[in-house]
Design a protein around this ligand. Structure first.
Ligand code: AAL
Length: 421
């Protein structure tokens, strides 16, 4: 008790001292100091020097706008919901062309939805990624793509993935190519969105791909955060090993009042060999937020786009040691399920150069009634080799239509009306 009161007094005293010190020091200068100045600073200004690559966001190599361009070459049946392309892999360049792999669903009707999974049949999908296969496309310029066909079809029942193979990512290691993807053995939504990671291997990005039909990154044990799912596998070569980042969904009780939505965090599993065994990092989860997280080697470490979910969504984070991430920038209009062209993803680089473009997806571009997803191109400047001031702007303006499209629900309007009375 005594010690506690002494420390409270000390604390109070030190804040009095620092406030007094601050009173005496000159005002903060008009020219923003390039380095952290030797003076008393508020927590926010101190953080602006400690946490970011530059105190000015224009000079922060891990800050960027994202600019979107429609892709040419993909047909979606008029957007009626029967064809979907989503969750693109990283993009690689081989044989003088770019390659991307993605989830493709081509079904007679649009999905019935996760909550109606009991209505799914052998031909009727539950989720957008149900009854899907891994397809691939190539391009010379990154804007116009030629769909080449299926890379990994669904195996016969009851082999893992018989129901759906989805959300692929690519690894090139010692001259061979490896596709990691989610293998579903039931319609998503029936119990949850559960699946482990499985894999196919090939000597060429054009295939043929040989499925190992084995779980390569297993779900955690019962009671562990990743007990139900290992989603969005994302392999990068570092230190001669395969660093595979992944997402899991947890702490959800469907239909409950306080935990209806899953918490989503990202883990890391490391292997010497693409076939495993993958050892999960003891500090997992290593990112406390994100969904379809996308990573790339950056300087000595790795950078991550933390997208959509969690307290730290809409940030780009950096881990110099590949494990302990810190927020490096706060961004907007992030690409969902971004698959960057990452030239040094597999070179075991000591100093990653960053990225400038990729392919991501838009889900439900025509609303729930025609539920499907489309691929899109995005550009950014998260590269040490590019200096594009247009990408470093801020204060983006969004039209009133965009804002009103996120308007109040009928239930909220009712609540407000009741409050007014
Ligand atoms: C995506 C990804 C995984 C999920 C599903 C399909 O957003 O996180 O791939 O399983 O949704």
């Amino acid at each position: 008790m005594k010690i506690k009161s002494i420390s409270i007094i000390c604390c109070l005293l030190s804040s009095v001292v620092s406030a007094a010190g601050a009173k005496e020091q000159a005002a903060f200068p008009y020219d923003l100091p390039a380095e952290k100045p030797n003076r008393l600073l508020s927590a926010a200004v101190a953080r602006n020097y400690d946490n970011y690559l530059s105190p000015r966001q224009e000079n922060n190599e891990l800050y960027s706008l994202f600019k979107y361009t429609e892709l040419k070459g993909f047909d979606y049946n008029g957007g009626d919901g029967t064809i979907s392309r989503r969750d693109p892999s990283k993009i690689i360049k081989e044989n003088s062309q770019y390659y991307v792999w993605y989830t493709k669903r081509d079904t007679k009707q649009k999905p019935v939805g996760l909550s109606n999974a009991h209505l799914a049949t052998d031909t009727v999908p539950s989720a957008d990624w149900d009854l899907a296969e891994v397809w691939y496309a190539t391009s010379k310029d990154g804007f116009t793509w030629q769909e080449q066909g299926v890379a990994v079809p669904r195996p016969a029942k009851p082999t893992i993935g018989w129901r759906s193979v989805a959300t692929p990512d690519i690894l090139k290691f010692k001259g061979k190519f490896y596709l990691y993807y989610q293998g579903f053995s039931e319609p998503s939504g029936l119990t949850d969105n559960d699946c482990p990671v499985i894999m196919s291997v090939s000597d060429s990005p054009d295939g043929p791909w040989v499925a190992t039909n084995k779980v390569v990154v297993p779900n955690g044990k019962k009671g562990e955060w990743d007990q139900n799912a290992v989603h969005d596998p994302h392999p990068i070569v570092h230190d001669g090993k395969i660093y595979l980042y992944y997402k899991s969904d947890f702490d959800r009780i469907r239909g409950s009042k306080d935990r209806p939505q899953a918490i989503r965090m990202q883990g890391l599993a490391i292997a010497d060999n693409p076939l495993g065994p993958f050892k999960k990092h003891p500090l997992n989860p290593v990112l406390n937020s994100g969904h379809e997280t996308s990573l790339f080697p950056f300087k000595e470490g790795v950078a991550a786009l933390v997208i959509r979910d969690g307290n730290e969504r809409s940030t780009i984070q950096y881990a110099k040691d590949w494990v302990n991430f810190e927020i490096a920038s706060v961004v907007e209009l992030m690409p969902n399920a971004a698959g960057f062209f990452v030239p040094d993803a597999f070179t075991d680089t000591q100093y990653g150069r960053g990225v400038t473009w990729g392919i991501s997806h838009f889900t439900q571009p025509k609303g729930w009634e025609r539920n499907h997803s489309i691929l899109t191109r995005f550009d950014a400047d998260l590269s040490l080799d590019v200096d594009d001031p247009e990408m470093k702007q801020h204060n983006n303006k969004y039209s009133p239509e965009v804002h009103y499209s996120f308007g109040l629900s009928a239930k909220q309007k009712q609540r407000i009306a009741e409050q007014n009375n």
